[in-house]
Design a protein. Structure first.
Length: 329
């Protein structure tokens, strides 16, 4: 059995539910015997108190979006794209951080979160990319930087491939370019583990964190499709529809990624066991002049697990000046 069968299922389950809830005791204190790459911190509101609206596309699809922060900043606005079966609040740490210095735009991907699963039947990355461009058109934003997680990172790469003039740069965390995650393969020289990820755990190779901080008390999670969607009865159909997309898309080779004309960092957690390391390597190898960043001791949910490091790296990348390092194409 190929690892990707497992990956597809796990990718869904981890984004859907709180598998690492054991990391947090009832009192809210962090339990340091659970390694950081298994932490599953709770989602919190966006700094604008989750105020947003619907863009009703001509296709009949309604996409919830929000835009806030320093609207008049001279810095390029940032579009934050969340992970599969998720919603914009997955990116609350990044959005609230960036909003202090620039404009941020978030959307709940069609059919997910606050965006109802209606007037379309199947999920495709190309539709996600077109919806996001339609939103930028509507908001009259000529160019954005994209910070994407997982499906959001795949969408960001898709936008950078096909709408080169609209995308200034992409911080792509936890993306895969091959649905079966088999290319470039386990013989990729950069990786040497059987699975393509550092799948160590606490009992085998793990390190415990002597975390002395406390996390906020967990409450019933308000940020689920069922609690956000105007059509909650469609959530289970969405939750089975998105993994169907994962099992067949994307299927991009070097030619597709070579279409990208902007700076890209291919980012992943060193303990991401949902997306194989070979995918981050392939993106870094195939996008012209891309950089690669492997974040230490975090998993697919790095952006929730180690906010300080993730936000620093993201901010550093977004503010980086490309003074002639990128070739002119
Ligand atoms: C901490 O987590 C470990 C591993 O899951 C578990 O065995 C232990 O009972 C937890 N401790 C507390 C206080 O929850
Ligand atoms: C836009 O979509 C939302 C969500 O489905 C719906 O409530 C609203 O009536 C729509 N607005 C228009 C003008 O069609
Ligand atoms: C973007 O480019 C890829 C690779 O050429 C292609 O497969 C995909 O259909 C394109 N997507 C859109 C939205 O044009
Ligand atoms: C994975 O997908 C790629 C692209 O569709 C294909 O070329 C390759 O043969 C697939 N690998 C496996 C093991 O199915
Ligand atoms: C030093 C050590 O404990 N290494 C272990 C890391 O995990 C792998 C896979 O479980 C084991 O085979 C090693 O012995």
């Amino acid at each position: 059995m190929r690892a990707y069968n497992l990956v597809v299922i796990v990718k869904g389950i981890l984004l859907l539910s709180s598998t690492a809830i054991a990391a947090f005791s009832g009192s809210g204190a962090y339990n340091a015997s659970v390694p950081r790459w298994q932490w599953d911190p709770k989602l919190h509101p966006l700094a604008n108190r989750d105020r947003g609206q619907y863009l009703n596309l001509s296709s009949g699809v309604d996409v919830w979006y929000t835009s806030f922060g320093k609207i008049h900043s001279t810095k390029t606005p940032v579009l934050l794209l969340h992970g599969g079966i998720g919603n914009s609040n997955q990116m609350f740490n990044q959005a609230n951080y960036l909003a202090k210095t620039r404009r941020v735009i978030l959307q709940d991907t069609r059919g997910q979160g606050r965006s109802p699963f209606t007037n379309f039947d199947t999920f495709h990355y190309d539709d996600f990319a077109r919806d996001a461009i339609a939103l930028l058109d509507y908001l009259k934003i000529p160019k954005v930087a994209v910070v994407g997680w997982s499906d959001g990172a795949i969408t960001g790469l898709n936008m950078a491939m096909n709408y080169t003039s609209r995308i200034e740069r992409v911080f792509a965390h936890g993306a895969n370019v091959q649905a079966n995650q088999s290319i470039p393969g386990l013989n990729d020289p950069i990786i040497n583990s059987d699975s393509g990820s550092l799948d160590s755990d606490f009992r085998t190779n793990g390190t415990a964190y002597a975390a002395n901080g406390r996390v906020r008390k967990r409450a019933a999670d308000a940020y689920t499709c069922e609690s956000l969607s105007p059509m909650p009865e469609r959530c289970s159909a969405m939750e089975s529809g998105v993994p169907k997309m994962w099992s067949s898309e994307p299927n991009w080779g070097p030619e597709a990624l070579a279409k990208i004309r902007c700076p890209v960092w291919s980012v992943d957690g060193d303990h991401d066991v949902e997306v194989q390391r070979n995918q981050a390597d392939a993106i870094a190898a195939w996008v012209p002049f891309a950089g690669q960043l492997i974040l230490p001791q975090v998993g697919h949910q790095a952006l929730l697990q180690d906010v300080t490091f993730f936000n620093f790296a993201m901010g550093y990348f977004l503010d980086m000046e490309y003074d002639g390092i990128l070739p002119s194409y």
